[in-house]
Design a protein around this ligand. Sequence first.
Ligand SMILES: Cc1cc2nc3c(=O)[nH]c(=O)nc-3n(C[C@H](O)[C@H](O)[C@H](O)COP(=O)(O)O)c2cc1C
Length: 210
Amino acid sequence: MLLLATATTGQVLSVKDAIVSRHSIRKFVQKPIPKEDIDRIFELVRLSPSAWNLQPWRFHIVTDTELKESLKEAAYGQQQVTSAPAVVIVISDMEDVIANLPETVHPGLSEERKQEEVANLSSFFNGLSVEERGQWGLTQANIALGILLTALQGYGYSSVPMLGFDQEKVKEILGLPEHVKFAAMVPFGIAESEGYEHHRFSLDKIVSYH
Ligand SMILES: Cc1cc2nc3c(=O)[nH]c(=O)nc-3n(C[C@H](O)[C@H](O)[C@H](O)COP(=O)(O)O)c2cc1C
């Protein structure tokens, strides 16, 4: 519990403490989250790595009560959606990335190298269908999701990643284009309940040496 007190004290957890103390939380204190805290967290998430640095992740933060009610309905009534003061929907939008490829190229490159990069990327992604590009982008957005959960915890906010919702309904509620892919819906706030004890496979099962 001591590890969760950082949102009020302004302290930030170490990476280790943030990872170890994170549990999915489904009941939250009814208190709005200061915009500065949200900005601090997303400034970290922004630094997530992605292949070719394409950064396809986009974050839709919902704090409006009525919108949260609609999201809860789309999430089959899961109470954590309205219990949380804020819900972030993590999506990948590869079509936006592809429409703006020059933005992704490192500013330090020469003009010639930049054009070359854009041409290579265009040629690669034009060879994929919108669905394939969507799935590709989703693998990248999931990296940002992992960092988001850790950063939230580090700043004293608990969360629960969710995929149990009707994606078409959420697209409708937020006015998102058909092609976007969902990494998760993440209600977050200060915890008002404790999560379950960690239950994880042993290292023997998940790590192999060759
Ligand atoms: C991609 C993803 C989707 C999930 N979807 C839901 C969900 O719809 N509802 C829910 O209550 N928990 C959901 N969870 C939370 C998991 O049940 C939880 O992370 C897992 O049991 C491990 O527990 P912990 O997060 O407390 O360590 C989801 C987790 C992930 C990573």
